[in-house]
Every structure is written in C-alpha cells, then in structure tokens.
Design a protein around this ligand. Sequence first.
Ligand code: 5GP
Ligand code: ZN
Length: 113
Amino acid sequence: MSDCIFCKIINGEIPSTKVFENEHVLAFLDISQVTKGHTLVIPKVHKENLYELTPEIAKNLFEVVPEISRAMKQEFNPVGLNLLNNNGEAAGQSVFHFHMHLIPRHGEGDGFG
Ligand code: 5GP
Ligand code: ZN
C-alpha cells in the first residue's frame, strides 16, 4: 500500500533498524521504544489487522517470534517480555499494517505498564 508507513519500511523508502528479516517477515526497532529493545514484527504483505491474516501469514509470523525473542534475550537480557497486538483503533492501533510488539521488560520502573 503506497501510503502505509510499514510498507515503506519494507521497501526501504523509510529507514529502520532491522533486527530480523526473511522472505515473509520483517522485525525492526520501534521508533519510539517504550522500553529498550522494543521491536515490531510485521508481515511483508500489507494486511491491516488480525482479522485479515490468512493461516499462512499467521504461521509465517508466529514461527519466527521465538527466534526473535531469543535474540532479544541474548542482546538485552530482559527479566521478562511482553508480546502484544493492538487490533483496531479502539484498542490503540495507530498504524494499520498488522504488527506485533515485542517489549523486553527490564524490571520495575522500566517505563511500560
Ligand atoms: P500501534 O499503536 O499501531 O500498536 O503501534 C504502532 C507503533 O509503530 C508505535 O509503537 C510507533 O512508535 C511505531 N511507529 C510509527 N511510525 C514508525 C516509523 O516510522 N518507524 C518505526 N520504526 N516505528 C514506527
Ligand atoms: Zn502496509
């Protein structure tokens, strides 16, 4: 989608700090990290939200999440990690290209939740 920020990140029109990439999935640091290492995981195909995902897209996304989580554990040594999706404006979605947040937790006072 031509006016989608995340599609622009996928095709390189907008720079990002990539943490993982394969044929179907891209993971990159959130521009406004709620904690150190806050990462977004997105499908390379434009799908607005959870309702639009096919089983194949969901499989492609979820099968790389453990690997990305382990890399984040290695890099940031968090005490915990939140995996979340804001689905729909009323749930806090602000970018309408499906994404999952991976939010490393660094203990009390880490700034999130
Ligand atoms: P949502 O509120 O839709 O669940 O999350 C959207 C996320 O995208 C926000 O955490 C926001 O900081 C992030 N974001 C918005 N624009 C950009 C951008 O241009 N680059 C990156 N890396 N993250 C972005
Ligand atoms: Zn998009």
